[in-house]
Design a protein around this ligand. Sequence first.
Ligand code: NAD
Ligand code: IPM
Ligand code: MN
Length: 367
Amino acid sequence: MSKYKIAILAGDGIGPEIMREGVKVLKVIEQRNDVEFELVEAPFGASAYFSHGSSFPEQTQALVDSADAVVKGPIGLSHEESKKIPVDQQPERGALLPLRKRLNTYANFRPVYLPKSLAHFSPLKPEVVGEGIDLIMVRELVGGLYFGHKEMGVDENGVRYVREQLEYDENQIKAILHEAFKLAGARKKVLHNIHKSNVLKSSVLWNEVLEEVAQAYPEVNVVHTLVDAAATALCLNPGQFDVMVMENMFGDILSDQGGGILGSLGLMPSACLGTDGKAYYEPSHGSAPDIAGKQMANPYSMIGSMAMMLEYSFGMQDEAKKVWQAMQSVFADGYSTADLSKPGSGVQMLSTEAFGDKVVEHLIKHG
Ligand code: NAD
Ligand code: IPM
Ligand code: MN
């Protein structure tokens, strides 16, 4: 029997609500496979700051180090609430970025997927959605502006200033590009390189390294697209994209746009893959303070992140596929959560919990 220790970091806002549904799914998978999941919960995020004095307490750091995989709900507070925590200890800077650095999760895979049958979820016209949306953004996750030198101060004239550097070295760029080329090779053999080399030197180095790395993948056709143009193209013709690779900040912004063209950020799971088999899995979206505690959140992103864990961390491809199918079946039966069941949409609204129950029902019946 395989035994895996999974760190469960529920996080803030809708985090605990959607994590609960993901855990239900994991229990079903565990029951019918020769596998044991040791699920260990730990404090992480703003709630941890208030209860433990740190948004990434030492006990959580130790757990993350010893776990076979980590699943994480979104962290963070509303703009106003955030002010209750000193800037450097806010959970984004105090917990999430340190988690990424700690596990060196340089490769963030953010699938943007909507089958044709669910085209009505998208705000794009049916003729734009075409055969559906099926692309994946590969985001560099431990470099760039997020981790570069930062300084704030007051100059000799009493003027406040800030310096924030976008830093990469060629090894970091190589590492993410290899992941993207491999994925493109396994899919449609097209790689969209998203950059801003008309302005940013970081993109100039990125593209230089890309030409070198590309030699090892002659079967992959590279298409260069400037990031601003890519934003428009995602709305006008998402079907032209398959694998898109980009640096950290571009990936942050374009992946939220990915959620936008699907119709909800609740459809955005992700995998954050590091070195030495380390990985953590989280929805791409935030803690959604506007709907927290109301059972309105779509747990697809959290359950989907767990399906990615089954595939990437535990090699359980078949079970991962069944989890995706179960979620698609719930949609196909005409149900969704509040985000995708607006009045007049013809979609029946379920609570977060009821959506999770239906996924579990499908998994048990058909898997
Ligand atoms: P957000 O992603 O939390 O919410 C944006 C919009 O999407 C909201 O209207 C929200 O209700 C909706 N939404 C998000 N997830 C949903 C889901 N599963 N189901 C249905 N609707 C969903 O972005 P925000 O409001 O800008 O940020 C809130 C907080 O989250 C901030 O503190 C931010 O720093 C943090 N954040 C954390 C992560 C993370 O932990 N990885 C990611 C993004 C933002
Ligand atoms: C994401 C989030 C994070 C990011 C924040 C919360 C630090 O927006 O995972 O997309 O910018 O990477
Ligand atoms: Mn983001």
